[in-house]
Ligand binder design. Structure first.
Ligand code: C2E
Length: 515
């Protein structure tokens, strides 16, 4: 499979991060909505349960209060007591007086013309109440399904339809009495209660959307089935908003990641990283005496080994200059270069090693630091410092610094001579030791280009100023011979060797020394 380009890779990475954010967002929203659903169900169960509890409590209280005051007859006093309790009750719909297993009078109708047989209860609760469930009753024209509880001389009637009016989601529910083995359905949807969780407290299952809870002291339990679909319908719009929102957040994150990757991949940030990680090393290009063909020295040229992607000097050198870390960088290169070359015993004492300096560092007098570096102080090589022609070197301070460097015994070479800012006065003021003719003069030498025709004049000026001339970029034997014949003393170029490792340089040097 063909390797993906860095641009495609960064797009893929940012799209993946965006997708992950989108999916995580959707998952989070789903979880939040499910938690909300669960909360809504629990709230529903709580309302039902409180209602059931207060109904049971009310039955117990009303019947015990009336039984405590009974006259044993359905007289005026009994009727007043019954009506007062009915008035105060919240859930009870009717109260009856019972004599000899027959209902004699009720709060709704008064004395009954036809007494009603009480019959056998569906169950007798723990609180002693005899309970009849799902009894069809008619009060005036209103027909309803009732729950009737008996105790002593009284019964109380509760309209089960009240439960249906409770607020909340569309639910099925069932209240059961669970004293005996088989639970007796008291109200609600028959058979809904499962008895799964029994008395272990409130339990809710998200998968079945069912919950159970019990009132242990009265043996009543409640099962609630909520409706996931109706809840989903309720949240559909909100959910859609979440999906759109997270989609946009995902896209934004993808863009942000792409920008971040682009920034970390920029030359600026790579150079900053390389400086932090000291990810620079030197390669060395041989410098030859053009007459004898002997290697007399080398130029140290910086390379970056930060990543697999190569970063070339024409990319990182301007960036180092922009970053203001030029002196830190130069010290790093000199330190690394001299440490490496010093270990090569095959190289003779006095071997010339050229390092490139930034004009700004000379102008700012950072070079005073140079002699203090232990690798420099203890070096057995002749160090030559290359500087390009630059306006910054015209000032008094820069001149003083260059003189100081020369006074310390370091050679000074004027690099890339003939390009950009050229000023013959500067060469004089500079009092450099070497003048390096830029590669662009050498390139078309064989074709007799105008630029190359200037070389003899440059050599002449250099001779008058006592400067050695070094030709850069010699790529073939004809250029070598022509330059030598013009009086150029030194040269470097691919013809003699491309920038190479210290070992390769030493190998080349030893090979030449043998021949
Ligand atoms: N086509 C061709 N090219 C040749 C030939 N011979 C040498 N070169 C290239 O010409 C450049 C010579 O270095 P420079 O003029 O000092 O120019 C250097 C120098 O100005 C700067 N530089 C490199 N290393 C450092 C450093 O450590 N410090 C500073 N301040 N500048 C550096 O970057 C420039 C470019 O360096 P490089 O890419 O290494 O490019 C090197 C070298 O590889 C040849 O025969 N043909």
């Amino acid at each position: 499979m063909a390797a993906l380009s860095p641009v495609k890779l960064s797009r893929l990475a940012s799209a993946s991060v965006g997708l992950v954010v989108f999916l995580l967002g959707i998952t989070l929203s789903t979880v939040l909505l499910l938690l909300d659903y669960r909360k809504a169900h629990e709230e529903q169960a709580r309302i039902f349960f409180t209602e059931v509890e207060s109904v049971v409590e009310e039955f117990r209280l009303v019947l015990s209060t009336l039984n405590a005051q009974t006259t044993g007859r359905c007289d005026e006093q009994t009727m007043i007591a019954m009506r007062r309790e009915l008035f105060l009750a919240e859930h009870i719909k009717d109260i009856g007086f019972v004599d000899n297993g027959q209902v004699i009078c009720t709060t709704g109708v008064g004395k009954l013309d036809r007494h009603v047989e009480v019959g056998t209860p569906d169950y007798i609760g723990m609180d002693g109440l005899s309970v009849f469930v799902d009894v069809p009753l008619t009060l005036f024209e209103y027909q309803y399904s009732a729950l009737i509880a008996f105790s002593g001389d009284f019964d109380a009637v509760f309209d089960l339809a009240v439960f249906d009016l409770l607020p909340g989601m569309v639910n099925d529910w069932e209240v059961v009495y669970t004293r005996d083995e088989a639970p007796v359905s008291v109200a609600g949807e028959k058979g809904l209660y499962r008895g799964q969780f029994a008395e272990s407290g409130y339990r809710f299952s998200l998968t079945s959307q069912y919950s159970e809870t019990c009132l242990p002291e009265y043996q009543y339990c409640l099962g609630i089935q909520s409706d996931f679909q109706s809840w989903l319908d309720h949240y559909r719009t909100l959910y859609l908003v979440f999906v759109i929102l997270w989609f946009f957040i995902g896209v934004l994150v993808a863009f942000a990641v792409q920008k971040l990757i682009a920034r970390t991949q920029s030359i600026e940030s790579k150079v900053r990283r390389a400086l932090r990680q000291r990810a620079f090393h030197n390669l060395y290009q041989p410098i030859l005496d053009l007459k004898s063909g002997a290697m007399v020295g080398c130029e140290a040229l910086a390379r970056c080994h930060l990543s697999n992607e190569p970063l070339y000097p024409d990319q990182f050198i301007p960036e180092v200059a922009r970053s203001g870390q030029t002196w830190r960088f130069t010290k790093l290169m000199i330190q690394q270069g001299l440490t490496e070359l010093s270990a090569e015993t095959a190289l003779p004492d006095g071997f010339r090693v050229n390092f490139n300096l930034f004009p700004a560092d000379i102008a700012a007098a950072y070079t005073r630091d140079f002699a203090k570096m232990s690798t420099v102080a203890n070096s057995r090589f002749t160090l030559v410092l290359e500087v390009i022609e630059d306006q910054q070197l015209e000032g008094k301070q820069a001149q003083t610094e260059l003189e100081w460097l020369k006074a310390q015994g370091y050679g000074v070479a004027l690099d890339d001579f003939g390009t950009g800012y050229s000023n013959l006065n500067q060469i004089r003021d500079f009092q450099a030791d070497y003048l390096k003719i830029d590669r662009s003069f050498i390139m078309d030498l064989e074709d007799g280009s105008i630029k190359s025709s200037l070389i003899p004049y440059i050599v002449d000026i250099a001779r008058q100023l006592n400067l050695f001339v070094v030709a850069e970029g010699i790529e073939n034997a004809r250029q070598w011979e022509a330059l030598r014949d013009m009086g150029v003393q030194y040269g470097q170029g691919y013809y003699f060797g491309k920038p190479m490792s210290a070992e390769a340089l030493v190998r080349l040097y030893s090979q030449q020394a043998r021949n």
